[in-house]
Design a protein around this ligand. Sequence first.
Ligand SMILES: [Zn+2]
Length: 123
Amino acid sequence: MKKLCNTKGFTLVELVVTILILGILMFLVVMRIGSFSETAAERTCEYNRRSLLSTVSLYEADLKVNGKTLTNDMLDLDVDSSEFNQKFIQGAKPQCPDGGIYSIGYFENGEVSIYCSVHAPKP
Ligand SMILES: [Zn+2]
């Protein structure tokens, strides 16, 4: 006569514990991937701001060659008809991956600051 007790396969407790452990691992992986994409967005934004800073330096040098001086209102990214946007940005205005809005601050001492409303807000 055969035994009725099944010795092969997993018990219900073993299956529940395995599914629980897999669930915890999936949760950790999802959290990790989320932080990676956040870091990528911040780095892209930082790159965009550095790129804008270089562009402002080029514009400032171009103005100096022509005997003009840079002022804060010449750097408004929202004025599409400005010389800065026409000549240097050329319709390729950088976009913050998180939807932040860039603005440029030019100070009389020659210091330039690039702000992002999400990642580097104005102080
Ligand atoms: Zn940003």
